[in-house]
Ligand binder design. Sequence first.
Ligand code: ADP
Ligand code: MG
Ligand code: MG
Length: 209
Amino acid sequence: MIDADFLRRWLATAAAVVDREADRLTELDSPIGDADHGSNMRRGFTAAHAAVELEPPQTPGGVLILVGSQLISTVGGAAGPLYGTLLRRAGKALGDGTPATPEEFRDALRTGVEAVGKLGGAVPGDKTMLDALVPAVEALSFALDAGGGLADGLAAARIAADEGAAATVPLQARKGRASYLGARSIGHQDPGATSAALLVAALADTAAE
Ligand code: ADP
Ligand code: MG
Ligand code: MG
């Protein structure tokens, strides 16, 4: 079951991994962006973690909504509103206070990822965070439908997100700053797909604890 405590533990893990990997995310954002993705993510997740620990929401949806709101208000770059919308929409989809089943959590994540597509106008293959997020949700869904539990599903999602991020290297960016480079965006891994894979990995680690 996904309760508020599970998502608080996810957030602590995610904030730590974002902090640890911030330099790498910024390096990825330097050839095809403006070299701020790591600092953007670090600022957002540090603020979100602090806000949730200061006044811990009692419901899983409440945790996601608070994290999303913090990302929107503290991150200047494109990734802040996009991740913020994902988490706020997923939090709203979780609804009332009861802990979510793995299937309800999967459905909420899917709603959130769809909202990212609507907000940013991107589809998989455009070399964005969606190239990691969409396969992750599909892998989670496939594993749950096959009778797996949450930890199995999130382990599969982690692999799919990593593969999706790696698969952005040969793509030409069609959305965001990297798209301004046209064909020169080819040959570099997308920073947002990379951070998305880190956030999914943190979910898998939380479920495996
Ligand atoms: P900015 O580009 O404003 O500096 P960041 O560097 O924090 O913002 O985030 C860049 C990442 O945001 C990109 O690597 C990409 O994955 C993601 N991104 C940008 N535009 C979009 C979009 N329209 N849809 C989905 N993801 C996007
Ligand atoms: Mg940037
Ligand atoms: Mg920027």
